[in-house]
Design a protein around this ligand. Structure first.
Ligand SMILES: [Zn+2]
Length: 374
């Protein structure tokens, strides 16, 4: 949990300077399951926006009813944006638009990535976070298909965005505008996973025992190839990975290094890599272009030193102010782009949660040509 908290924090702090926001995808300590995160999302108390303040939110249970009464007298608590966006089950039937910033925004006209496609399987379905801007969903399908050339039979897709984007009840600070997606670094099994398996299977860490380098028995040339492929798409502006993975990519890249600059080191991200595409429409904020540097010199080495120091002292990093999770998440609707209210209250698109492939025998059995046009 400490680790998750730190990730959240670092992510939010870095959101602007690095344009790398925050992606505190729950990073399970070896066997600590991400499903906890999912459960938390499902079970988190969600006060209705119009709910009378007399019904105290569970958060205040410990303080007792006295405090709740005082609160009521003083002012009506503001409803947090995450409580609104976190419970909308379907997309807004509006034109597709990413609105705001990667870690402070929302998404209209989202498209749902099918649970199972010819060459991908979405994970943690209970979170309902497989929604994205149509351009991102299209790109994910393309990557899933083309990654076969890199030795991947398919991709396990982690969180993308909520149906209308926005802040989440748990995890990620970014992923709010439908332009971010997590891809597991665990190869997809050659069969369709059950819903339960998709909740329970643990991703594989790419790190060795030192946590400062990749384990060559796990992190293979196929991993290098798929990350390179993702970073090489012009639409992809950033790929976030753990510094040890970045270091391994630097060492494996050879002469073709142009793509490396987009691959940014960040906390966590040793179970999955994170793809971010650029702002595709007016109304969202673009991140600065990466410099021409491949980031393989001092930058990645300094990152590894910081990681090493944090491992010795698993406390807050020096100079970093720990912002409690509760504070970081106190974004209200007023702090999001005004259009996010329209998105939130917009008409619901018809649900789309089915599989892309009606009855899938085994994903790898589907010829690549079946999806070549995507
Ligand atoms: Zn992510």
């Amino acid at each position: 949990m400490q680790r998750t908290r730190i990730l959240c924090l670092i992510g939010s702090l870095l959101a602007i300077p690095y344009a790398a926001s925050a992606d505190p995808q729950p990073q399970p300590a070896v066997n600590a399951p991400a499903p906890v995160e999912a459960k938390r999302a499902a079970a988190a108390p969600v006060p209705a926006p119009e709910q009378k303040a007399a019904a105290p939110a569970n958060v205040n249970d410990g303080a007792g009813t006295k405090a709740a009464k005082n609160d009521k007298k003083e002012k009506k608590p503001k409803v947090l944006a995450r409580e609104l966006f976190g419970k909308v089950p379907t997309a807004a039937a509006l034109a597709p638009r990413a609105l705001g910033w990667y870690s402070k925004g929302c998404l209209s006209g989202a498209v749902h990535l099918a649970d199972t496609g010819p060459d991908w399987q979405a994970m943690r379905l209970s979170r309902n976070r497989a929604w994205g801007h149509p351009k991102l969903i299209k790109l994910l399908k393309r990557l899933a298909s083309e990654a076969k050339q890199d030795g991947w039979s398919g991709l396990l897709v982690g969180d993308i965005s909520q149906p209308r984007g926005g802040p989440m009840l748990s995890g990620h600070a970014s992923h709010q505008v439908g332009l971010d997606a997590d891809i597991w670094l665990t190869p997809m099994p050659n069969r369709v996973l059950t819903r339960r398996e998709r909740e329970e299977i643990q991703a594989t860490t790419m790190l060795d025992k030192t946590s400062l380098a990749v384990d060559p028995a796990v992190f293979t040339p196929a991993h290098v190839a798929v990350i390179k492929r993702a970073a090489s798409y012009p639409a992809v502006e950033r790929v976030f990975v753990h510094p040890a993975i970045k270091k391994a990519l630097c060492q494996a890249a050879g002469k073709d290094r142009a793509w490396l600059g987009k691959v940014r080191p960040i906390w966590g991200h040793y179970y999955h890599f994170h793809i971010r595409i650029g702002c595709p429409n007016g109304g969202c904020q673009s991140q600065p272009a990466v410099s021409g540097d491949d980031g393989c010199g001092k930058e990645v080495d300094n990152w590894l030193k910081t990681i090493e120091a944090s491992l010795k002292k698993p406390q807050p990093k020096p100079g970093v102010r720990i912002i409690p999770d509760s504070e970081r998440r106190k974004v209200t609707m007023d702090q999001l782009p005004a259009e996010c209210k329209v998105v939130l209250n917009g008409p619901a698109a018809k649900p789309d949660t089915g599989d892309e492939v009606a009855s899938t025998p085994a994903p790898a059995a589907v010829p690549a040509s079946a999806t070549a046009s995507k």
